[in-house]
Unconditional design. Structure first.
Length: 255
């Protein structure tokens, strides 16, 4: 499978952020159609091993794991080279690297806030660029980038997280335009509130969704011609209103 039109049919799936509940829901949704070969890249070897066993039990043909921290930029290329080689190339790459960090405006702990920016933008961005180069050199494929509606217009309630996702989203959109004629498609996914470990303890926002429902939207997007999808889809229209809301009103939003 090569090129930007492979949809969800590609058998070789690489997951960057290999223990992400959302990414794994996408893999399960893909696996429900045809068997997949999967490579998982993440920082927790024990958790990766457990996920690999789960995917194997779900019918994935082969599952391999590779340990890598998103902040270990010096080893990104080396580990991704091994992961791509284990699959014989990749058809679909799922980028699901990110942390939430503390909510609010100006952070009390600027060091911790800077770490959120490092993981969500610098680390995730580096992994996306390395993966894009591998796909380009291998004849094409698709990168699914888990962004967030928080990045469309960062709110005072989540300034740092929103800014980090805005940067990642912009990088993904620019790479999509640059690589389109080279057979590499970048599908940007903008979820709203998703019930996962990361959001545990937070009050669900309007139009909250689940990893499974989000996965269905992603696979449908893969099979279509979309460059960007929202999950749930109704968020697209809500965010259209949010983007044009006058700043004097927008800054009053505290959630």
């Amino acid at each position: 499978m090569s090129g930007a039109n492979g949809g969800s049919a590609g058998r070789r799936v690489l997951v960057l952020g290999g223990t992400s509940e959302i990414a794994l829901a996408i893999v399960h949704e893909l696996q429900s159609r045809i068997p997949r070969d999967v490579a998982l890249v993440g920082r927790d070897a024990a958790a990766l091993s457990a996920v690999a066993g789960e995917l194997g039990g779900a019918g994935c043909s082969e599952v391999s794991t590779f340990e890598l921290d998103a902040l270990d930029l010096a080893h990104h290329e080396q580990v991704l080279e091994r992961a791509f080689h284990s699959l014989g190339g990749a058809d679909i790459v799922i980028l699901a690297v990110g942390v939430l960090g503390a909510r609010g405006g100006l952070p009390a702990d600027i060091v911790a806030a800077s770490a959120v920016l490092q993981v969500n933008l610098v680390g995730a961005g580096s992994l996306m660029m390395h993966a894009a180069r591998h796909l380009r050199d291998g004849g094409g494929g698709t990168i699914v980038v888990l962004s967030s509606v928080a990045g469309e217009r960062p709110r005072r309630a989540n300034v740092v997280y929103g800014a980090s996702k805005a940067g990642l989203d912009a990088l993904a959109q620019g790479l999509a335009d640059d690589l389109h004629e080279m057979g590499v498609r970048v599908l940007v996914v903008r979820p709203g509130f998703v019930g996962t470990r990361m959001t545990s303890g937070l009050d669900p926002a309007p139009l909250a969704t689940t990893p499974q429902a989000l996965a269905h939207v992603v696979v449908k997007g893969l099979d279509g011609r979309a460059q960007t999808v929202w999950a749930p889809p109704a968020l697209r229209w809500l965010m259209l209103v949010m983007r044009i809301l006058p700043r004097s009103l927008f800054r009053r939003l505290k959630q």
